[in-house]
Design a protein around this ligand. Structure first.
Ligand code: PEP
Length: 261
């Protein structure tokens, strides 16, 4: 379960959130080995989060929301993956729809950023997803598979085994609109099938595929019950530590889906 804070919370607020999240999860006897929990704060918060996680030996993982395709040099305002790795980041989001839309990140840029993440020893959370127009035309599977193939163009079989792919239909991000569990499964399942074709079955079976888009504690269990959904990338709900903890503890939710994963 990964929490994308987006451009929310300064470093002081980040400290409070991480402490509260950790306390809430420990209080609920969260099994971190069964469900990994990661936070993805703004760059300026990462040092504070690292200090807390290392100092208090928290089980939370952390990462960044973006990285530069470049290693170092005259790229004003950019953040290198090697800096993130030095800060102890495990993950880095690559190709989030907000980066693709507001920063015009093409599939080629996304592919270069994936390569940069691997170069610096970071695990990419590679985001793909269709907009509303594509969904209305029923072309979501072909659209997302094209994004997956373009992004993975230079990713080797050894590298891809550790990748995390997040399927995030853009029309469901921050809108309150959630894809149905069947919608999530349709695309996540197709992504896994394509991964098996591009690499091999065991590799595809081991890759973690997340769903993202208005995930909340009330809908997460049903989404997680789908065969090819291995986790969630959570935006808005991840900046409320009690709500995010409840999402992370989806296995304990009362209901038909609670025991299926
Ligand atoms: C996201 O930003 O990756 C996301 C899924 O946002 P939200 O949960 O707010 O829809």
């Amino acid at each position: 379960m990964a929490g994308n804070w987006k451009m929310n919370l300064d470093h002081v607020q980040a400290t409070h959130l991480v402490q509260k999240l950790d306390w809430t999860l420990r209080d609920g006897k969260h099994d971190f080995a069964a469900v990994e929990v990661a936070v993805l704060p703004p760059f300026t918060d990462i040092r504070s989060v690292q200090t807390l996680v290392d100092g208090d030996r928290l089980h939370l993982k952390f990462g960044a929301q973006d990285l530069s395709a470049h290693e170092a040099g005259a790229f004003t305002g950019e953040i290198s993956g090697q800096f993130l790795a030095r800060l102890g980041c495990t993950y880095v989001v690559v190709g989030h729809s907000e980066r693709r839309e507001y920063h015009h990140e093409s599939d080629a840029v996304v592919a270069a950023k994936l390569a940069a993440a691997y170069r610096d020893g970071l695990t990419p959370i590679f985001c793909v997803g269709e907009g509303l127009a594509v969904r209305k035309e029923g072309r979501q599977v072909e659209y997302v598979l094209a994004q997956v193939e373009a992004g993975l163009a230079d990713v080797t079989p050894a590298q891809v085994a550790s990748i995390v792919i997040a399927y995030e239909p853009i029309w469901a991000i921050g809108t309150g609109e959630v894809a149905t569990p069947a919608d999530a499964q349709e695309v996540c399942g197709a992504v896994r099938t394509r991964l098996a074709e591009l690499y091999d079955e065991p590799t595809a079976a081991g890759i973690r595929i997340l769903y993202g888009g208005s995930v909340k504690s009330g809908n997460v269990a049903a989404i997680m019950a789908e065969a090819d959904v291995d986790g969630a990338l959570v935006g808005g709900a991840s900046i409320d530590p009690v709500e995010f903890a409840a999402i992370c503890r989806y296995q304990s939710h009362v209901g038909a889906h609670s025991s299926s994963r």
